[in-house]
Design a protein around this ligand. Structure first.
Ligand SMILES: NC(=O)c1ccc[n+]([C@@H]2O[C@H](COP(=O)([O-])OP(=O)(O)OC[C@H]3O[C@@H](n4cnc5c(N)ncnc54)[C@H](O)[C@@H]3O)[C@@H](O)[C@H]2O)c1
Length: 382
């Protein structure tokens, strides 16, 4: 299809700050309608970004034959209802994170979209920024050899009240790091060991949201499906000027810093002889960091949105799969359980042979857990 029709559901802060400028700039998409329950909001957004229709009820968008896909940019509490309705109407969905409020709901959603044969992409925006694509390409080219360890940090400064409102820091910003780890390593997280805190408040004074204490700080260790280890820090106590969001990757013959501490550029690479050579006395183990050029994209998020639109236009499967969003929910739930129980929590996988292919509407896989077997085919090479 040369041009597809897009409907947007929910036009708040992230819609205006990230998605709408990118959607207005992508090729092959017509902005058919925007729906928002807040009075006057849809009209204002339609005027500003060039939508043809402004609505309050998202179901009116789903009824339209000229809408092929929706961008769901509301809080996660509304996602289940809207995605199930979109699946019923045969519309593809690009949704803000987290996919929904629990892994059980996530499984219900994945089954529904598989049955309907629609695409469902959870927006892990950091995976598609130009700097991340440079890192992904370096890893694919073997620039640091086999990846041995990854350290991920997601930090911001935010209030305790906001943590209570948003269910905790890990629930709110953790999905980005989890999505990034699984994207860059091409593996799933299968074991989680987490410790959490909330601004040093004693447990008795902590608020509870959805049956568990909210957190503002989490340190998590993961085991990946191929046995590698990862460390992930989530925190809302970042001081101004410290690094908020970065990834460090260490391989058998070098390292990559994504958004390095030096502040010089967005990607730094260090290459050296492999350990086996160094230990045999044939080369130095010194790191020499080189900052690599990263072509900025304008507007931010253009690549990410174009990828989804082109998947729908050309019947491709280059974007993330429904299972990617579900996998993140599994890790979040395992993290909260691990922190509460004080022990590591394993995440069950569907055996590779039983995972339906991305093109399949089949939902016979008994667990439909994480789609491990479909992951490799969807890694980005761009
Ligand atoms: N990726 C990021 O960096 C990032 C940053 C901020 C927020 N988010 C995520 O984006 C989502 C939205 O966050 P936000 O800050 O834009 O919230 P927001 O409250 O500013 O916007 C949500 C909008 O959805 C509308 N809405 C609510 N229910 C609706 C319904 N049933 N139908 C139509 N419209 C409806 C609201 O009126 C509001 O305008 C959240 O899930 C949040 O986690 C992501």
């Amino acid at each position: 299809m040369e041009t597809i029709g897009i409907g947007v559901v929910g036009a708040g802060r992230i819609a205006v700050g990230y998605h709408l400028p990118a959607l207005a700039a992508v090729k092959g998409a017509r902005l058919v309608g925007v729906a928002d329950v807040a009075p006057g909001r849809a009209e204002e957004i339609a005027r500003r970004f060039g939508f043809e229709h402004a609505l309050t009820d998202y179901r009116r968008l789903l009824e339209r034959p000229d809408v092929h896909a929706i961008c769901l940019l509301t809080q996660y509490e509304t996602h289940r209802e809207v995605i199930l309705a979109a699946a019923d109407a045969g519309k593809h969905v690009f949704t803000q994170k987290p996919l929904t409020g629990s892994a059980a709901e996530g499984e219900e959603i994945v089954r529904a979209v598989r049955r309907a044969g629609i695409r469902l992409v959870t927006s892990f925006m950091h995976n598609y920024f130009p700097e991340t694509r440079v890192v992904k390409r370096l890893l694919g080219d073997g620039a640091i050899g086999r990846l041995q360890f990854l350290r991920q940090r997601n930090a911001t400064h935010n209030s305790y009240a906001r943590a209570v409102e948003l269910r905790g820091a890990t629930w709110d910003i953790g999905p980005h790091g989890i999505g990034m780890i699984q994207h860059l390593t091409g593996a799933r997280i299968v074991r989680v060991q987490a410790m959490m805190d909330v601004f040093n408040k004693p447990p008795a004074e902590r608020d509870v949201n959805d049956g568990r204490p909210v957190d503002t700080l989490a340190v998590m260790n993961y085991t990946l499906s191929d046995g590698r280890l990862v460390n992930h820090e989530v925190q809302w106590t970042a001081e101004a000027g410290t690094l908020a969001w970065n990834t460090e990757l260490f391989g058998e013959c070098g390292g990559i810093l994504l958004r390095p501490h030096t502040g010089e550029g967005l990607v730094a690479l260090s290459q050296r002889p492999p350990d086996s050579e160094v230990w045999a006395g044939r080369g130095e183990r010194r790191s020499r960091w080189e900052h690599l050029p990263v072509e900025p994209e304008q507007p931010r998020g253009l690549f990410h949105h174009q990828l989804f639109v082109d998947d729908v236009r050309f019947d491709r499967y280059e974007s993330a799969s429904p299972e990617d969003g579900l996998a993140t929910l599994r890790v979040l739930e395992a993290a909260y359980r691990s922190a509460a129980e004080g022990s590591a929590v394993d995440i069950a996988y569907c055996p590779k042979s039983q995972v339906p292919s991305p093109k399949s509407k089949d939902d016979r896989c008994p667990a439909l857990d994480l789609g491990l077997g479909t992951w490799d085919s969807r890694l980005l090479s761009a």
